[in-house]
Design a protein around this ligand. Structure first.
Ligand SMILES: Nc1ncnc2c1ncn2[C@@H]1O[C@H](COP(=O)(O)OP(=O)(O)O)[C@@H](O)[C@H]1O
Ligand SMILES: [Mg+2]
Length: 181
């Protein structure tokens, strides 16, 4: 299986990919870690590295060359196409995502951007437009999905339906999303 796991930061990609890798023995590539470790970026903007997507994609393709099974995970994986058999977009309901990002001490403007991305299906739409002829499925990880379950759903190409659009009216989130930064 050649599997891409993408989604908004804090949806549980790294956690699930590690579990899946342990379960199957397939190597997992963490794109964020690779960007940092190999300096595949243009420097920092605030606390964050701005990834050099072209260098990153080429490096990942070299890493994966000749391998039958692999997992690549990261929100950046929706920004370019990799030769995957399936793309899984992990989703987490925005209030829970908000709590997770706060716990990780993300800056408020980053929390806001990421919440908008999650509510507006950013990773899903990007993946669908970039990965031609590759099935893109969604897994709602708000209630944690196990590696076994994800694998079985992936093999069946079984997707969850996700629609967070009503969350734009959620009082707590609406306040946050409207706040001037
Ligand atoms: N299945 C889960 N149950 C509870 N918390 C989780 C679960 N998966 C991830 N988390 C928590 O969410 C945060 C983000 O997880 P992580 O796997 O690093 O996400 P990502 O790689 O998508 O940014 C971490 O604090 C982690 O402890
Ligand atoms: Mg991660």
């Amino acid at each position: 299986m050649k599997l891409v796991i993408t989604g908004t930061p804090c949806t549980g990609k790294t956690t699930l990919a590690k579990e899946l890798s342990t379960e199957t023995g397939w190597p997992a590539v963490d794109l964020n870690a690779l960007v940092k470790k190999e300096g595949l970026h243009f420097g920092k903007q605030g606390n964050e590295y701005v990834a050099d997507l072209e260098k990153l994609r080429k490096r990942v393709l070299r890493l994966l060359a000749g391998k039958r099974n692999w997992i690549v995970e990261g929100h950046l994986a929706c920004e370019f196409a990799l030769p995957a058999e399936v793309v899984v977009v992990l989703r987490v309901n925005p209030p829970l995502l908000f709590e997770r990002m706060k716990k990780r001490k993300y800056a408020l403007n980053k929390i806001k951007d990421n919440l908008f991305c999650e509510i507006l299906d950013y990773c899903l739409l990007e993946a669908e437009s970039r990965y031609d002829n590759t099935p893109v499925i969604q897994a709602d990880n708000s209630k944690p999905v196990s590696a076994k379950e994800l694998l079985s759903r992936t093999k069946m190409r079984k997707s969850d339906r996700v629609d967070w659009s009503h969350m734009l009216h959620d009082k707590k989130l609406a306040f946050l999303l409207k706040e001037r930064l």
